[in-house]
Design a protein around this ligand. Structure first.
Ligand SMILES: [Zn+2]
Length: 349
C-alpha cells in the first residue's frame, strides 16, 4: 500500500470525529445564534410591549385628566345651578311674604271699614235716639228759671255716689239746695237708690263715665262704650239718659266731643276747683272756694262727694253763699241762664 493512500485512509478514519465535532460546533453555533436571535426578538417584543403599555398609560392619564377637567366643569355648573335654584327659592319666598303682607293689609282694611260702618251705624242710631228721646226730662228751653239780677252758682259733685252722699242729700234737702252729680257707672251699681233720690229731689244726674278711665286717648268707639255703660245704667233707674257729662280728670278730646255731640249733651268743665280731693281739709276747701279765684256769680264749682270733709265743707260753703245772696242752680239751669241754651258737644267752663 502506498504511503499516500495510507495517510488518506488515516484521515478518512479520523473524519467521523471531525464531522461530529464540526456538527456539534455547528449545532451549538446554530443554537447560540438562535438564542441570540430569540433574545433579541424577545427584548424587542418586551420593549414594544413596554412602549405599548407606556402609551396606554399615557393615554389613560390623558383621559383621566380630561375626565377630571370635565368633572370640575360639571361641578361648577352644578354649583351655578344650585345658586340659581337658591335665588329662585329666595324670590319665591319673598313673593309669598309679599302676598301674605298684602292679604294681611287687605284684611286690616276690611276690618277698619267694617269698624267704621259699625261706628256710623251706632252714630245714626244714637242720633235717631237723641231726636226721638231727649237725654233727660229737662224742662223745655223757655221754661228755665229767670235768674236775672241774681247771683247764681252751680255746685257739682263728682266720682260718687259714696258713703257720705246720703248725708249730703239730707242736708241739701233741708236747705232747699239743688246740685249736679257727675256719677260713675260702677258707683251707680252700688247706690241705685241714691240715684233715684237725686232725681226725685230735683238734682241733675250727670255722666262721669263708667269706671273713671281717662277718655282722651280712646277711640270714638271706646269713648262711646265707656260713657254709654254709665248712661244705660242711669237710664234703667230713671227712664232717661243723663243730659250732661264730665270727662274723668277733665281730660277731653275730639272723640269725646264727637260722642257728646252724637249723644246730644254738653261737656262740663269747671270754673272753681276746690282741690277737695287733694287737701281733704274743710278749712283748705273753704279757703280756695272763697279765695282770689273762688266762687263768683255764674261759677261752676268742682267737688267730690266721696269725702266726708267735702260734705262738711260744702255745707259751710252753702250757708255762707246763701248769706251772701247766692242762689243754687243745676248745671243745665246755669247754662240756660248764662247762654240761653245748651249746645251738644261743646265744652263749658
Ligand atoms: Zn272724677
Amino acid at each position: 500500500m502506498p504511503v499516500q493512500e495510507h495517510i488518506t485512509l488515516k484521515e478518512k478514519k479520523k473524519n467521523p470525529w471531525v464531522v461530529v465535532c464540526i456538527a456539534i460546533i455547528a449545532a451549538l453555533a446554530v443554537a447560540l445564534g438562535g438564542l441570540a436571535v430569540y433574545t433579541v426578538l424577545t427584548l424587542n417584543e418586551q420593549e414594544r410591549i413596554a412602549q405599548g403599555l407606556q402609551d396606554e398609560l399615557n393615554q389613560t392619564r390623558s383621559e383621566r385628566s380630561q375626565l377630571e377637567s370635565d368633572l370640575s366643569q360639571k361641578q361648577q355648573e352644578l354649583e351655578q345651578k344650585q345658586e340659581e335654584l337658591n335665588k329662585k327659592q329666595e324670590e319665591l319666598e319673598q313673593n309669598q311674604a309679599d302676598a301674605s303682607a298684602q292679604i294681611a293689609d287687605r284684611d286690616q282694611t276690611i276690618k277698619e271699614q267694617q269698624s267704621t260702618i259699625e261706628d256710623l251705624k251706632e252714630q245714626i242710631a244714637m242720633k235717631n235716639n237723641a231726636e226721638n228721646k231727649p237725654p233727660q226730662n229737662l224742662p223745655p228751653a223757655g221754661e228755665y228759671g229767670d235768674y236775672a239780677g241774681q247771683k247764681i252758682v252751680a255746685l257739682t259733685f263728682d266720682d260718687g255716689p259714696g258713703p257720705y252722699t246720703e248725708r249730703l242729700l239730707d242736708e241739701l234737702k233741708k236747705r232747699g239746695v239743688r246740685a249736679t252729680f257727675f256719677v260713675l257707672g260702677t258707683r251707680v251699681d252700688s247706690y241705685p237708690d241714691l240715684i233715684k233720690r237725686m232725681a226725685a229731689e230735683g238734682h241733675v244726674v250727670g255722666n262721669h263715665s263708667n269706671s273713671h278711665k281717662m277718655l282722651h286717648n280712646m277711640s270714638l268707639a271706646q269713648v262711646r262704650t265707656e260713657m254709654e255703660k254709665c248712661a244705660t245704667k242711669i237710664e234703667k233707674l230713671l227712664g232717661y239718659k243723663p243730659a250732661v257729662m264730665r270727662c274723668p280728670g277733665g281730660n277731653c278730646s275730639n272723640n269725646v266731643k264727637q260722642y257728646a255731640k252724637d249723644a246730644g249733651i254738653p261737656i262740663l268743665y269747671w270754673g272753681v276747683d276746690t282741690r277737695d280731693w287733694e287737701s281733704r281739709n274743710v278749712n283748705s276747701i273753704l279757703k280756695v272756694s272763697f279765695g282770689k279765684n273762688g266762687v263768683r256769680d255764674g261759677s261752676i264749682v268742682l267737688m267730690h262727694d266721696i269725702y266726708s270733709t267735702t260734705v262738711d265743707a260744702a255745707l259751710q260753703m252753702i250757708d255762707r253763699l246763701t248769706a251772701d245772696g247766692y242762689v243754687f242752680v243745676t248745671v243745665p239751669e246755669m247754662l240756660h241762664a248764662r247762654y240761653g241754651g245748651i249746645e251738644p258737644g261743646k265744652v263749658y267752663v
